[in-house]
Design a protein around this ligand. Structure first.
Ligand SMILES: [Zn+2]
Length: 239
């Protein structure tokens, strides 16, 4: 479980804007509200501790820090309208008739996706991806994991929908101070904390990699195996 001492770095203004603690006036003058419980907050901008928001009154609100970071990460993507996505690599091996194995690897490199439109919490069936990013001709779902990762049930639903889905993991307590710059670095740029939850073309890439092992099979065994030659010639590589 997340320690309840995690600091809250983002809050909502009375106009409904999401702000970091460095962007507001000190104390109650910040006129900010908790993302989780909507209670008034004060901005603690002291000399000793990392700047953060605290509830103005005693409260049992436990998920403020997590909820605020989760909301800020989504907002970060909406403002940036882009996202780096990690590479996908598939290796297939085929056993040759002489006992050796041939393998082929296909890698789709990491790349920066620029979006035409970004919508937060849009319902799809009975689930709500955190972020739906539109990029002609398709779309990308983005899940933000602050301590809670997508569970098997939601993952199964995402797989059934078949839209490419990325999960971004943010470790709330690993970084003491969170602001828009830190979020930009870890949400938009970084690759290490991202994984593909759904990649619909994976079967196709796998088939392609499998297919690329075939010419090796052919070269090695063509002289003594008509059987393998005919097998490989029935595969359609499209390469
Ligand atoms: Zn609260």
């Amino acid at each position: 479980m997340m320690p309840t001492t995690s600091l809250q770095h983002f809050a909502v203004t009375k106009e409904g804007l999401l702000v970091s603690v460095g962007e507001v006036d000190r104390g109650l003058a910040c006129e900010c509200y908790c993302v989780a419980c909507q209670c008034p907050l004060m901005a603690r901008q002291g000399q000793v501790r990392t700047w953060h928001f605290a509830h103005a009154q005693e409260t049992d609100c436990e998920n403020a820090a997590e909820s605020a970071l989760h909301k800020a990460a989504k907002e970060c993507i909406r403002r940036a309208m882009k996202l780096w996505v990690p590479a996908i690599s598939v290796t297939e091996t085929a056993r040759l008739e002489d006992g050796r194995t041939a393998s082929a690897t296909i890698t789709l490199e990491a790349n920066e996706n620029v979006f035409d439109e970004v919508v937060l919490e849009a319902a799809v069936g009975d689930i709500r991806p955190d972020v739906t990013a539109h990029q002609k001709p398709g779309q990308l779902f983005i899940e933000i994991a602050v301590n809670h990762f997508v569970d098997e049930e939601k993952r199964a639903k995402l797989l059934a929908i078949g839209v490419p889905t990325i999960e971004i993991a943010l470790d709330l307590i690993r970084h003491e101070a969170w602001d828009w710059d830190k979020l930009g670095e870890l949400v938009i740029q970084s690759l290490e904390n991202k994984q593909w939850l759904v990649f619909p073309d994976l079967a196709e890439i796998r088939a392609e990699a499998k297919c690329q092992t075939a010419p090796n099979s052919y070269q090695v065994t063509a002289s003594n195996s008509f059987h393998l030659l005919s097998t490989s010639s029935t595969l359609s590589c499209g390469v």
